[in-house]
Structures are given as C-alpha cells and as structure tokens.
Design a protein around this ligand. Structure first.
Ligand SMILES: [Zn+2]
Ligand SMILES: [Zn+2]
Length: 292
C-alpha cells in the first residue's frame, strides 16, 4: 500500500506542475489575439513547426517509430526525429512511449491512462493532471521502454525536454521577436496538444469502425485530417505495428506519405504494413462493430 500512496502523492505534485504548464501554454496562445502580434512570417513559422514537431516528431517519431517500431531509421535520423517530438512539449520520449504502450495494453479498461469510459474531457486532457491511478511511476515507465531507457541519448532527452523548447523560443525571439514566439511556440504547441488529445478522445468516441478491436477506437476522418492520419485509430488498434494507419483508398494518411517518401529515399527500412490477407482475416474474424 505504501507504494500506491507514494505514487499518488507524487502524482498530485506532478499534476499541479502539468496543470500549470498547460495553463501557461494556453495563455501564451491567447496572446495571438493582442493586436499587432500577427505577421504572416510568424504564421508560416507556425505551420512549418506544426508539421516538423507534430507530423514528424509526434506522429511519425514518438508514435509510429518509437512506440510501435513500425519502421526503422538510421540512428542519427531516429534521434533527430525524437528531438522534433521533444519540441512538441508533450513529455520526454520515455514517458510518452510508456504511457502509450500502457494505452495499447489496457485500451479503454482499468490501467488505460486515458480510458474513454471516464468521459470525453478525461480522455482529452484531464487525465494528464487530475489524480490518475493509471499514470505510470518512473519504474513502470522504464519497465515498459527497455529499448529507450537503456539508451543514454533518450535518458538525456527525458531529463532536458523542456529546455529544448526554451532554446527554440530564444532562437525564434532573436529572429522574429514576440510574434514568432507567440505563433511558433504557444499557438503551435496548443494546436498540436489538442490534435494529439483528439486521437485519445474523439477517435475513441465518434467515427466508424472497420474492425471489431474489442475497444472503443474509431476511424474519425476529421481527426485524421488535422492529425496527420492519426485519426484512423480503429485501424491502428487493429494493426498497432503498421506504419500505415489509413488502410482504405479514401483514408488519407499524411504521415504514411512521409514514411513512403523516406522509404523511397532508402532512409526508412523494415516498414511494416498488414498484408491484404491479414486485413481480410481480421474483418472476417471480427464482425463489424457498431457505428457511433
Ligand atoms: Zn487508442
Ligand atoms: Zn499506438
């Protein structure tokens, strides 16, 4: 019992830190409404960083590469990709990957850090800062990520992850002033937060289900469009180790295009996708689930 008490005690402190951090980022984004802070250059910096840190860093990097190992990249490229993920300010790679592996191990059940049955707001962002028994202790994080926590580079990123965003903010300020900081840091991070969170909330709530995965995951087209293909989430829960999430012709998957480009350039190797037979078998063995 003392372990549990210790964990939730730490959880409460960490909860306040996270809540304060999220509040600062959202308040910073509101500064975009202050007259005179908008410049088109800042907008394009935001879009470029949104792609680099969201599509590349989180979707391709943290999720498809580091969590599920659905493709392989040369180590220096993998490390650079992880660094882009760090700049999305969603936690270090060890914490992010272990939390997401726990989500797949206990999807929508006890032990899932953002179980949809606890409500849309819970699965969207309340799980991050409210008392949450399914949040992982440091020991559990390391146990679920031997591939990352055994690597000194990832342990270094884990310790320093906030500093990289501060360094980027200083660089943006030096080049473009407050306008670039507001759009390139605060607006971009807030936007990327909510898009990532929608995968945990909306794509476990509304959309269609191609596969009966035994959980609430759905294929949600608008989350997929905003979130670089991550909204084809029912497909993803059916085939977690697939680098491709959009499986039907109309399921546009921006991250998959990036993976295909990297494979064409011979940078990505061992790109994993389900064979048509595997897809057929999964559909046959699991009659179509209910639509929302
Ligand atoms: Zn999920
Ligand atoms: Zn996943």
């Amino acid at each position: 019992m003392s372990v549990t008490t210790g964990k939730s005690g730490r959880g409460r402190a960490a909860g306040w830190t996270t809540f304060t951090g999220l509040a600062i980022v959202h308040l910073g984004a509101l500064c975009a409404f202050i007259p005179g802070t908008f410049h088109w250059s800042a907008f394009f910096v935001m879009i470029a960083l949104y792609y680099a840190t969201g599509a590349w860093g989180i979707s391709l990097g943290y999720h498809r590469l580091l969590t599920h190992r659905s493709l392989r990249l040369p180590k220096p490229v993998e490390y650079a990709t992880a660094l882009l993920g760090v700049l999305a300010l969603q936690g270090g790679p060890i914490e992010w990957v272990s939390t997401h592996r726990a989500h797949h191990a206990h999807t929508d059940k006890a032990g899932d850090p953002h179980d949809i049955h606890r409500g849309l707001l819970w699965s969207h962002f309340e799980w991050l800062y409210r008392p949450n028994d399914a949040r992982l202790s440091l020991d559990e994080q390391h146990r679920l990520t031997p591939d990352l926590s055994g690597d000194p580079f990832y342990r270094f990123l884990e310790k320093t992850y906030v500093l990289w965003t501060i360094a980027l903010a200083i660089v943006l300020f030096a080049i473009g002033g407050w306008s670039w900081v507001i759009w390139g840091i605060f607006v971009r991070i807030t936007l990327t937060y909510h898009i990532t969170w929608l995968v945990n909330s909306a794509a476990h709530y509304s959309g269609y289900r191609t596969f009966n995965t035994g959980d609430e995951s759905t294929n949600n087209w608008w989350v997929a469009l905003l979130g670089w293909g991550e909204g084809w989430h029912n497909n993803h829960h059916a085939f977690p180790s697939s680098a491709r999430h959009g499986l039907r012709w109309f399921e546009f998957d921006a991250t998959w295009l990036t993976v295909k480009m990297l494979a064409w350039m011979k940078i990505a190797n061992d790109v994993r996708v389900p064979t048509p037979a595997m897809v057929r078998r999964h559909k046959r063995d699991s009659p179509r689930g209910h639509d929302h």
